[in-house]
Write a protein that binds this ligand. Structure first.
Ligand code: FES
Length: 147
């Protein structure tokens, strides 16, 4: 982890842990961040919790432009976080892959657990920092206010 002018850079692990065309969720400084690796090799990092009802976006299907939430099929642009299906936008995090193949996400200053766009603290504690999501969940993620 290192602090720069634009935020805190966090090394998440090898990009090869994410198969092409899939995503993985990571806990990053108290936030749930989904990292997606497109079939082209491009990597994007977005908030991992669907603003509709808390769906696990890292488990969604990708195409060249969007990720589709696995619960109710709302879509979000990978590059901008905007939702063509009309949901609130997702936070987009700067992400890069180093020469040695490590994913590095930058969290802006002031980002903390419980901040707007951040996960509930109980969810943030459920996955160790820097650890990939252990796999698809059998039940939807629970978030505060989800009905
Ligand atoms: S929870 Fe994602 S579309 Fe409903």
């Amino acid at each position: 982890m290192s602090v720069t002018m634009t935020g805190t850079e966090v090394r998440l692990g090898p990009v090869d842990e994410i198969p092409y065309g899939e995503g993985r969720a990571y806990a990053v400084l108290g936030r749930q961040v989904a990292v997606f690796r497109q079939r082209t090799g491009a990597v994007h990092a977005l908030s991992a919790i669907c603003p509709h009802k808390g769906g696990p976006l890292a488990d969604g299907q990708l195409d060249d432009v969007v990720v589709m939430c696995p619960l109710h099929a709302n879509t979000f642009e990978l590059a901008t976080g905007c939702s063509p299906s009309g949901e609130k936008s997702l936070t987009v995090y700067p992400v890069r892959v180093t020469d040695d193949g490590t994913i590095v996400v930058t969290v802006p200053p002031g980002a903390e657990t419980g901040a707007p766009g951040g996960p509930p603290s109980s969810l943030a504690e459920s996955i160790p920092t820097g650890a990939p999501n252990p796999g698809p969940r059998e039940t939807p993620l629970e978030t505060e206010g989800a009905a």
